[in-house]
Ligand binder design. Sequence first.
Ligand code: ADP
Ligand code: MG
Length: 390
Amino acid sequence: MTRRSVEGSASALSIRGVCKSFGSGSVLADIDLAVGEGEIVSLVGPSGCGKSTLLRIVAGLEQADRGTVQIGARDVSGLPPGARNVAMVFQSLALYPHLTGRQNIALPLRARRLTRLQRLLGPLRLSASVRSIEREIDGAVDDIAARLDIGGVIDRVPARLSGGQRQRVAIGRALVRDSRLLLLDEPLSSLDAKVRVQARDEIVQIQRAFGVACVFVTHDQGEALAISDRVAVMLGGRVAQFGTPAEIYRNPVSLAVARFVGTPTINVLDGATDAAGRVHAAGFVFDVRLSASAGQAVSVAIRPEQVRIAGGQDDSRPLLRVARIEDHGHDGLVHLAGRDGNAVVLVARASRALAFQPGDEVCVSISADDALYFAEDGSRLAGLPVAMAA
Ligand code: ADP
Ligand code: MG
C-alpha cells in the first residue's frame, strides 16, 4: 500500500483542545488532532479510553465541554449532526433488516430530498416531480453500488448479504451524500480474524477510491498500524502519540506507547546507569550515553526482532536458556529464560526458531542502538551525542 503524503495539504478535520467529562469522570483531556484531506487516521487505545466519545463529538452526537471541531474550513462545534456533512459507520453497521441494500443506501438521499408525505406516496408514483427525484436517487444509488462492486446484490435484504457486502452497503449509505469525512467506529469487530483482514483491506481500497478523509476507531493496534497513514494512540483520555505507524512502532515517546504497540509485546528489562551513562540490565551492558545520573533506574525496551541469538559469549552478552519455542511457520518466537531461573527474560523473533530446542543454552546480543530507554516515570531517555557525553 502506498502511503499518501499529507504534508502541506489542508486539514479535513481539526480537533482542538477538546475536553469531555461524564459526571465527575474526565473521559477526554485536551485532545488535539488533525486529519489531512484523503488521509486515513486511526484512533487506537484500550477499551474505555474515550475513542467512541471523541468520534461522537466529531459527528455532533455528543457535545464537548470545551474545545472546537473544524471540518474543512468550517467550525462545526455548535452544529447538529445533520449539518456537519460527515458519514459515520458504527460497529453494528445499523442497517435496516427489512429494507434492501438499495433502500438502505437511498435512505439519506430520500430523507434530504423528499418530504415525509412524498416519501410515503413515492411508491405510488403520483407526481412527476417525485418520480424524477426518485429516478435521480436510484441513479445515485446505482452509481455508488457500482463503485463499491455490489451492483448485483443491492436488491437483497441484509440477511441475504455476506458480512463484507453488508459492510459495503453501510459504507455506501454513509458516502452517498458526498461527505468529505468518513468516521468508522470499530466496524470490523464482529468479524472473525480472516474475514476481518479482508474487510480492513477493502476499507482502505474504498477510502482511497473515494478520496475521502477517514477516522477509523479500533482497539486493535495491529489493525491500526496496518491501514493508517497516521495513528493516534489514546491512553487515559489523552493522545499519547500521533504519528505514522513506523514512528509509533520504532520511536515511541513513552514506555506505555511502546508496550501498547507491537505483537508480541516489547521486551522490557529493568536496569540502571553506571558512571559513564551506560546501562546495565539483566546481564547486558548497553553502551549508550544517557543523559541520566549514575545509578538511575532505567527500563530498557527491545522489540523481539531485535534480540539476536548468536554465538560468541562475552561480558556484555549473557548466556540464556531456551524455555519454549513458538513456531509460526514463516518465523517463530524463542522464549528465553535466565540460566538458573525459570522466568522468561526475553522473547526473540527468529526466522529459524526450530533450530533451537527447549533447554539449549544460547548467547544473546542486542545492539545498544536498537534498544529504547525509559526513565522511571515512563518518559523516553535520549542518548547524548558522544562528543557531549564526557
Ligand atoms: P472506547 O470507545 O474507547 O471504548 P468510550 O468513548 O465508549 O470508550 O467511553 C469512554 C468512557 O466514557 C468509558 O468509561 C465509558 O463508560 C464512559 N462513557 C461513555 N459514554 C458515556 C455516557 N453517555 N455517560 C456516562 N459515561 C459514558
Ligand atoms: Mg468504542
